[in-house]
Design a protein around this ligand. Sequence first.
Ligand SMILES: [Zn+2]
Length: 238
Amino acid sequence: MKEQLIARWDTFLRNIDKRFEESLAHGEQAVLESLEENYDYYTSFRTLMAIRMQIDESVIRKIDTTWQQQVLPLMQADGGHYWADESHKGYHASDAMHERMQLWLYITEGKLSQKYYDHAIELINRDFFCTQCNAPLQVKKDLFRAHYITCNYCSAVNTFEPETKYATIGWNVVDNLAALYALQEYKAMLQARKNGGDVYPKAVRAYCEKYFDERIKLMPHTADTREQDIEKKVNLTL
Ligand SMILES: [Zn+2]
């Protein structure tokens, strides 16, 4: 009986792992497709959060409920204490899934932001003209917020108000993109945390530096605060 029960539990864990992987893949696809409807970043972000919760409830938590309600009673009735080792398998599987889910969230937010960015960045690819003399204006295309532009011809001060969809880039989208571009450093940091020791603080710093360097490429004016920004993020992460 023992071998059969263990084999059945192992099969369940293998199947749920497969279902988890499929759910992540479908989830990513659904989030990215949801953006195409109206390119509303926040709606798609909420979809992402809803999918995460759904995977958590219908897949990851199923490990514990199946264990508690079906597997454990059978193993206990079977006698002995081998159920204790089998219980660890379940905890380990569910912990590992939570970790993979975090990474999936990180990457999917990045991919969503990339797709949004590629669309919204085009909104500014047109000409803007002075309200006084109609001469072309030099709009700062990587500021993502309202700013004043002095006309080169008549010196009138124009207020440039970017569309909301465009300004959204400067809020969350650049952060998620910078994070996506620093994915390698992020993974190295997670690995260093597991390994422990003094490699971890170094890996955190390497990640934060990469993150802000990528962010500066997207928003050059943030270069002024590079050092402070890195310090702050390092301290928050450690
Ligand atoms: Zn003018």
